[in-house]
Design a protein around this ligand. Sequence first.
Ligand code: ADP
Length: 327
Amino acid sequence: MKKRVTKIGVLTSGGDAPGMNACIRAVVRTGIYHGMDVFGIMRGYTGMVENDIFKMESRSVANIIQRGGTVLKTSRCKDFFTPEGRKKAYENLTGLGINGLVIIGGDGSFRGAQTFSNEYDIPCIGLPGTIDKDIAGTDFTIGFDTAVNTAVEAIDKIRDTADAHDRLFIIEVMGRDAGYIALHSGISTGAENILIPERKTDIEEIIKQLAEKERRHKLVNLIVVAEGDEFGGADYVAKIIKERLPMQEVRVCILGHIQRGGSPSCFDRLIASRMGYSAVECFMEGRYNVFVGMVNNRMHFTPLNEAVKKKQRISEEWMKIVKILAS
Ligand code: ADP
């Protein structure tokens, strides 16, 4: 017989993502609806290790659904990698009677949760909060939609100035291991080329195209590069192009951390609310140690030990779309 979960802790861990607050709100209010005590754990696993934990009420999460960042703060916690750190965390949780945990974070945070739930009898539910959309078992992650829309808005503005000056802009978006932000934002802004970590880039072909466009006087060019592409980001791509085409006016723009901040989009608020609600329902149904994703617009549950970074092959068709639409 599984022990009933009556007191839950909620935390946000790893990289922050817009929509985490909407998710915290959903967890807190659904937990209270079911008569649970809900505790907020500050700064991810650090708060668990350092006993920085407080009781939350329905009002604690008022007026946060629209805010970026996370009211519970986040961190990367070295101590949690060690058995001693996790033991301390367990003692702090049991001291307060907490017998269930909701972890909002990326695949690293899920690995931490899996390790912890293997060692101790506190069931964990993971919720995918990451702008990278690189977790297998869910079509979307909390924060991706907002991040990609921020990138689109910025790239549109850059296109205006690129157009005014007939310049080539190479724009770097986030994505050390995953090219989803680059691919989605690049197609949506009409970028001529999109460079992503999942694929090898034919740089000779790009140089040929640029030279050809120079000849046709089609001078506005946008190239979107994920920070983890094979050349190591926009600066390196620009260097190669400048060496080969010295007449091209090339500018680099690295969008950086603006992609993490800002008010979450409607879509992110919705999936964050649905996932947060669903996490508490998991406890009610005795569905433990899973992460909650969404596949084909339905909640989808994956055992935490199968939650891995998604190395999805980007289909040829997506790349063909980029090529045809930019010609
Ligand atoms: P993200 O969740 O965004 O992928 P990280 O990979 O930095 O971020 O992971 C967040 C935190 O999760 C780490 O700082 C650490 O505290 C914890 N963590 C990650 N992997 C493990 C692990 N194998 N064992 C224990 N804790 C882990």
